[in-house]
Design a binder for this molecule. Structure first.
Ligand SMILES: O=C(O)c1cc(=O)[nH]c(=O)n1[C@@H]1O[C@H](COP(=O)(O)O)[C@@H](O)[C@H]1O
Length: 308
């Protein structure tokens, strides 16, 4: 799957992930009204609204981008119907040949991680039969429990040719509280980065490992150091747009070959119609606004990479 991701990035010339994080308040009123008219103001109604919203955004952007990242929390908040909308979204994106990164941020003791890995990336056995429960292509993994919490994901990835992105340095304001703490004189995120490189060494695709890392766009200097520590790992870079990251912050996340990083924007793309820059589209044409925002993001990143 890492080879497919790299191929699609080269083909689209856009190292971009559209984050499908559909909060209800980003969904235009007409989409909500239609879903509520059919299902009422219920969890089913909310799930229908987020599914219709996602579908329109995917339809308007899939030819420009290599990948999407549905954030499972945005679906889980609507209970079982929300989870069904998550699965529908995963399947629809795959039918459009997009690489799907399940943003699930899981990680637990080994046996529990194994169940998460099977559920999201692998196959589960039921008697004599096997089922593919969620079937994302990649998942985000929390490494706080150490190697035995991560290895079960890697084992399933090896078997199923899938991949993971391990949280190394997150984009949020408090990420330094633990991640920047010095241990033997070195910040914890560097030690985690070294582990990612080690885990990834025998998980190679053609050029890159299918054990990748998450490093926030909001910490460009740390991104520069981590790029060198994990030369063969793809870096998923959230924090562009709504959290303040810009193209110029991203150059050091990429290798000299112009590859090695893929940048996520969620609110900046899916709620583009609410921004002044795209106001001319109006809520009716929210999908077109998202397309314009993807084009602007791709141009911003290309320009930054050309200018380095
Ligand atoms: O793993 C992630 O994707 C992630 C890691 C991180 O350090 N920071 C971060 O924002 N994210 C996710 O990336 C998305 C960012 O959304 P926007 O700020 O709207 O672009 C959300 O789904 C976050 O959960």
């Amino acid at each position: 799957m890492i080879n497919k991701l790299v191929e699609k990035i080269k083909k689209t010339n856009a190292p971009i992930v559209v984050g499908l994080d559909p909060m209800l308040n980003y969904i235009p009123q007409h989409v909500q009204d239609k879903a509520f008219a059919e299902f009422g103001e219920t969890l089913e109604g909310a799930a229908e609204a987020i599914w219709q919203f996602n579908k329109e955004i995917v339809d308007k952007t899939y030819d420009l981008i290599p990948a999407v990242k549905p954030q499972i929390a945005m679906y889980e908040q609507f209970g079982v119907p929300g989870i069904e909308a998550f699965k529908k979204t995963v399947d629809y994106c795959k039918s459009k040949d997009l690489v799907v990164i399940g943003d699930i941020k899981r990680g637990d003791i080994g046996s529990t991680s194994a169940a998460y890995a099977v559920g999201h990336l692998g196959k589960v056995k039921v008697g004599s039969k096997e089922y593919v429960p969620f079937d994302e292509d990649f998942a985000t993994v929390n490494p706080y429990l150490g190697s035995d919490g991560v290895k079960p994901f890697i084992d399933v990835c090896k078997e199923q040719k899938k991949g993971i992105f391990v949280l190394v340095k997150t984009s949020n304001p408090s990420s330094g509280e633990f991640q920047d703490r010095l241990i033997d004189g070195r910040p914890l995120y560097e030690l985690v980065g070294e582990k990612v490189a080690e885990w990834g060494a025998d998980c190679m695709g053609d050029d890159y490992s299918y054990v990748g890392a998450v490093v926030g766009a909001t910490y460009p200097e740390m991104g520069k150091v981590l790029r060198k520590i994990m030369p063969k790992s793809y870096i998923l870079v959230p924090g562009y747009g709504a959290q303040g990251g810009q193209g110029k912050d991203l150059v050091h996340f990429f290798n000299e070959d112009g590859l090695g990083a893929i940048v996520n924007s969620s609110r900046g793309i899916i709620a583009a119609y609410k921004q002044e820059a795209y106001a001319q589209f109006g809520p009716e044409n929210f999908g077109d606004a998202s397309r314009a925002a993807v084009e602007a993001m791709a141009a911003d990143i290309s320009q930054a990479l050309e200018g380095r």
